[in-house]
Design a protein. Sequence first.
Length: 70
Amino acid sequence: MPDRIVRCSDGHLYTAQWAPFFSLRAVRLGSRRFARCPVDGRWRLVTTVEPRDLTEAEIEEAKRHHAGLQ
């Protein structure tokens, strides 16, 4: 399962293993999930982001933080 870039509702970017129909450490809410953000440790709504919609700097920032399986 490849890593995906995700964004929390506070705007933090990070990577996570995003399984389409499965989540261990998050509550699924349609295409979004309620999960713990690894940037600040708070629980927020998160959703996947397409890399083509991000700058190179944003992609590098996302790669600095990893949440594991969500």
